[in-house]
Design a protein around this ligand. Structure first.
Ligand code: FUB
Ligand code: ZN
Length: 638
């Protein structure tokens, strides 16, 4: 059944989640019907900072010409199209962020913006439903070169914004635009129509969500067509390499991810949605297999993916350089979207571990603590003397916007909708997936509401207090991350990498206390990750840490640091540092080197002397908030 009523007035809708599987399909878990209310803490701070950035997004879209393109296409202005061919998509991602942010805050100024820009978008739509300002203003034939034109990519982002607007604000105007566009696509592509598929996936998951909202079956059918057609060359322009477009192997047959990383993970997410809604177990098994292969051999310790700058692509297995890591912010966001869908589909908490780990360590580094500057690429090392050789180079530090501004509004919509990923529900239970101070409400045939109190991620203690419960046995399940060895629930040992479950008739005021031990952990990589052989990374709780230059002793260059793996690691919370972080302090060494004639010496010659030094590490997500200074996640051992 479709999940939305059709209010004409801006009431908060019943579902404020981006992904709402149709009731009765095989999805094991469902989002909470009314999202989750964050009451403070780490994510609330980050989401509040994002809230200050969303209005600035409008100014940046105006300056860059994205909104003007649509105004020109709608006849309200004159001029040439500016920006990349997918310029419209940045407007749509931003509109999606506006909608989720309105759902969270009820701020009427957001609704005013939403209405205004919706009208601009609606005016740019052609009578037959076609919508793409850049293609029209550049007088290109429609769908000529869909491998690069991004017309369906833009359409997908429009649909996602429209779904968000309908669910979070009750506004249906953008949904009308999306439905006309989807009807036009259904009449143009697929069996009996044009066989091509967009070079950049996203329309697949967007069409499925549009189907979930409206119940219009042909949206799902078209999404299924686009997933099935991939791997047969329909997404690849001319004689280009189909690998880049995830078009070399049919989705159902692929064993791995390859090519452009954002394309690959968006495709995985869309194929997961199609599998769930059509009950296609074979397709679900295929996307699970691909996700597992990615995690096994192509994911950074931070959760980031897509190691190659060239083609913004996945590299070969274990090709995970640190200083030249691309790890695009959008790829991490797409990975979270895929993992979240797999979590809903399967109930496997390993996917929630991926959501959490990637959010903290691969999405969040993409945005400044102020919420207003963004990284496009997220390397795990910045060398002393690094020079920026590209406008995306991390040596610039985070930037307010980019010529290719895919990442900033993607971060905006991700953070604005993040409360929907705190927890899930089943017919008779509530599963807490992410830990934050919050009130969570599930409908289990009666309200089951709990409040979480925690200082996570700095502290692993989570107190759960029942606020409402039906008079029968229901289950509260608390995710125990795989790293949380020795976890306890009310003093009883619970296994890491699973849910700690309590099933009973709860009474108001009942309390559960989960303790997730958070000692610092030294991590090493598979030997085949050559770039970090002989190095360790340090993690604590869900966070990966980094040594950044401003925290080190005078004269101890980050490039020269060594870690003593046997030295104790002390965690200290510093409320005044980087918005309040727990730092890790340990003992190591600094190489006192003199540059030789070359970087090489005979194997038998002694290593330059190493002097003892104190090391301080900060969470990786917080790096480059004091300028882009030298930084390393992986550090050689003594
Ligand atoms: O092609 C649209 C977006 O631009 C991609 O997702 C990013 O990787 C960037 O290339
Ligand atoms: Zn991006």
């Amino acid at each position: 059944m479709p999940d939305a009523a059709a209010p004409d007035t801006p009431t908060l809708s019943v579902s404020t989640a981006p992904v709402v599987p149709t009731a009765g399909v095989t999805a094991v878990l469902r989002p909470l019907p009314s999202g989750a209310e964050l009451t403070g803490g780490f994510w609330a701070d980050r989401i509040a900072a994002n809230g200050t950035a969303i209005p600035l997004g409008r100014a940046r879209l105006d300056e860059a010409g994205n909104i003007e393109n649509l105004r020109i296409a709608g006849g309200a202005a004159e001029g040439e199209a500016l920006g990349p061919v997918f310029a419209d998509s940045d407007v749509y991602k931003w509109l999606e962020a506006l909608a989720w942010e309105y759902g969270r805050t009820g701020d009427p100024a957001l609704l005013t913006q939403l209405d205004e820009v919706t009208a601009i978008v609606a005016a740019a739509q052609r009578p037959d439903g076609y919508l793409n300002s850049v293609v029209e203003l550049r007088r290109r034939p429609r769908y000529d070169g869909l491998g690069w034109s991004h017309e369906l990519y833009c359409a997908g982002h429009l649909m996602q914004a429209a779904v968000a607007a309908a669910r979070a604000t009750g506004r249906r105007e953008l949904l009308g635009v999306a439905e006309r566009l989807a009807a036009h696509l259904a009449g143009t592509f697929g069996p009996g129509g044009r066989p091509e598929v967009d070079g950049h996936p996203v329309v697949e998951m967007a069409l499925v969500e549009l189907y979930r909202l409206t119940g219009t079956r042909r949206h799902l059918d078209l999404a299924a067509y686009f997933v099935t057609a991939r791997g047969h060359g329909h997404a690849t322009p001319g004689d280009a390499d189909p690998t880049y477009f995830s078009d070399r192997v049919p989705v159902r047959d692929a064993d791995d991810v390859e090519g452009h990383a954002v394309r690959a993970v968006y495709l995985g997410a869309g194929a997961t949605d199609v599998a769930v809604e059509t009950g296609d177990e074979e397709l679900l098994a295929a996307v699970r297999r691909q996700f597992a292969a990615m995690v096994r051999r192509k994911q950074y310790v931070t959760g980031g993916v897509g190691s190659r700058w060239e083609g913004e692509a996945f590299g070969d297995p274990y090709e995970l350089p640190t200083d030249r890591a691309y790890a695009e912010t959008c790829a991490a966001i797409g990975l979270v979207q895929w993992a979240w869908r797999l979590l809903l589909a399967t109930g496997d908490p390993a996917y929630a571990d991926q959501v959490e780990h990637t959010l903290y360590n691969a999405v969040l580094p993409g945005v400044s603590l102020a919420g207003t500057e963004y990284f496009y690429a997220n390397p795990l090392q910045l060398r002393t003397g690094a020079r920026a050789d590209d406008n995306r180079s991390p040596a610039h530090g985070r930037r307010g916007w980019y010529d290719c501004a895919c990442c900033p509004p993607n971060v905006m919509r991700t953070l604005a909708s993040l409360p929907s990923q705190l927890a899930t529900t089943t017919a008779d239970g509530l599963q807490v997936q992410l830990y934050a101070p919050a009130v969570l409400r599930a409908d289990v045939g009666g309200e089951l509401a709990v409040e979480l109190a925690t200082a996570y991620p700095w502290d692993g203690r989570v107190e759960v207090t029942v606020h409402a419960a039906p008079p029968r046995d229901v289950e509260v399940a608390l995710r125990v991350p795989a790293w949380a060895q020795g976890a306890t629930l009310d003093g009883r040992a619970v296994p890491a990498g699973d849910y700690a479950r309590v099933r009973r008739t709860f009474a108001v005021g009942d309390r559960l206390v989960l303790e997730l031990p958070t000692p610092a952990r030294l991590l090493v990589a598979d030997d085949r990750v050559d770039s970090v052989r002989g190095c360790v990374a340090i993690a604590r709780g869900p966070l990966v840490y980094a040594a950044e230059q401003p925290d080190q002793a005078d004269g101890a260059a980050v490039d020269d640091l060594r870690v003593d793996p046997l030295a104790p690691i002390i965690a200290t919370h510093r409320p005044g540092l980087l918005g309040g972080v727990t730092v890790l302090e340990t003992r190591g060494g600094v190489v006192r080197r003199r540059d030789g004639r070359t970087p090489y010496r005979r194997y038998a010659r002694p290593h330059p002397p190493v002097e003892p030094v104190d090391l301080t590490l900060v969470p990786y997500y917080a790096w480059a908030n004091r300028g882009p200074r030298p930084m390393r996640v992986w550090l050689p051992t003594m």
